[in-house]
Design a protein around this ligand. Structure first.
Ligand SMILES: [Zn+2]
Length: 415
């Protein structure tokens, strides 16, 4: 993974950057490069796919600039199990999405919610549709190594805004300890992989098929042979498969704990940072100072990701604080309610009052297509919009689909 900053805002901590992901896709070990301009949206998914969009329609979402999909290993608690996913070749191969990057986070805001009251010193607890799970670092690392995401976040003990200072301190201490556990377990797996690769290389050398290669190596000096067999070949074959680790930062609503956690994580060997513990009852008013406290402690040259900021104004607050990657459940929640976004593409709002707009929770930025006022409305959702839904369908048709609970309705709304 590479990350570079292209420009800075003069009035805030905001920055524009470029994230480059390089990985090798199984089974043919084909090199794949993905470039993402930041700040960028990481698409929220259920088991690796956006809630209402099928894989062949994913390309229609690329207008938002993101080819990064976010998932939680907890989505797969009811199978397929890690060994099966590993045998298939990882998450890209499992879902048939080799052209996308995958970011693995322990929690999300829909299907894998942190359950701090059940977390303990051994592991973090998550509330999922399959039940509540306590996940220890070693189990978490097993899931990560089987899924082979492009980016992954260390296990964190995320607490709600109402947590006491004592509980908050415990969450910081555990999150840092689990980060160290994840790093040492990841290092052990790499070493095991290197050893296994060394054995395979030596065995292969002595097989009749590679006799020629063996003869060639025999002609080299012993030192060079040793370097090739035990260092260079294993590194070339093994290391490119690894995803980049983002260290988790927590600390709830305490600026001191946030700073302490960020400073500790910044000392570790991580590729980027994940800012957790938001969207759990904290208010938007007090968030800017917490975000600034964290980002001021982090080196500028590494990317920062956050989970739990949903509304557009919350995401903008994060951008102003210098965060590069965001997830958001905003579109998912709107789609569930039958809403379509209608903000003007040129940013200029039409101030003509329209009683239709306020029907069933609509406003200047969104309309609720479940409302009966749209039953005979033959107009498009947004005039001049190039999206598939606006190009092909009317408000009346989507109103009909919603009323008869047709599954095409949320697909058209999410696209
Ligand atoms: Zn549209």
């Amino acid at each position: 993974m590479k990350f570079c900053i292209k420009s800075w805002s003069k009035n805030s901590r905001a920055r524009v950057g470029l994230l480059q992901l390089t990985s090798f896709r199984q089974p043919e070990n084909k090199k794949k490069e993905i470039e993402i301009e930041t700040p960028a949206l990481v698409l929220t998914t259920r088991k690796g796919l956006p809630a209402f969009v099928s894989p062949d329609h994913l390309v229609a979402l690329q207008f938002c600039g993101s080819t990064l999909l976010q998932f939680s290993p907890m989505h797969f608690m009811e199978g397929p199990n890690p060994k099966t996913i590993s045998n298939i070749g990882g998450i890209h191969q499992l879902l048939g999405l080799k052209d996308y990057g995958f970011v693995s986070v322990p929690r999300d805001s829909i299907l894998s919610l942190p359950e701090s009251s059940s977390s303990n010193k051994h592991g973090a607890s998550f509330e999922t549709p399959c039940g509540r799970f306590l996940v220890k670092p070693v189990e978490y690392m097993k899931m990560i190594s089987s899924m082979k995401p492009d980016l992954w976040v260390s296990l964190a003990d995320e607490v709600p805004a109402s947590a006491t200072l004592k509980r908050n301190r415990a969450s910081v201490e555990r999150t840092i300890r689990w980060l160290d556990d994840c790093i040492s377990l990841d290092t052990s797996v790499r070493r095991m992989g290197l050893k296994a690769m060394m054995i395979c290389t030596v065995v292969t050398m002595y097989s009749p098929v590679t006799r020629k290669f063996h003869n060639y190596l025999s002609g080299l000096s012993q030192k060079l042979q040793h370097f090739l067999i035990e260092v260079l070949i294993p590194i070339l074959l093994f290391l490119p498969c690894d995803g980049a680790l983002f260290g988790s930062i927590v600390g709830g609503c305490s600026i001191e704990e946030r700073e302490h956690c960020a400073q500790e994580v910044a000392k570790r060997n991580v590729a980027g940072y994940y800012i957790g513990g938001f969207g759990l009852g904290d208010s938007i008013d007090g968030r800017a100072s917490l975000l600034h406290a964290v980002t001021d402690c982090l080196p500028n040259e590494k990317p920062r990701q956050i989970c739990g900021l949903g509304l557009p104004e919350e995401v903008l607050q994060g951008v102003a604080a210098g965060i590069d990657l965001f997830d958001s459940t905003y579109i998912y929640q709107l789609t569930l309610g039958g809403f379509a976004l209608t903000f003007p593409l040129d940013g200029k709002f039409n101030h003509v009052s329209d009683p239709k707009l306020t029907a069933m929770g609509g406003d200047r930025t969104k309309i609720n297509l479940k409302a009966t006022v749209y039953r005979k409305d033959a107009s498009r959702i947004v005039d001049g919009c190039n999206c598939y839904t606006c190009q092909n369908h009317t408000k009346a048709y989507i109103n009909h689909l919603l009323n008869v609970h047709e599954m095409l309705a949320p697909i058209l709304l999410e696209m």
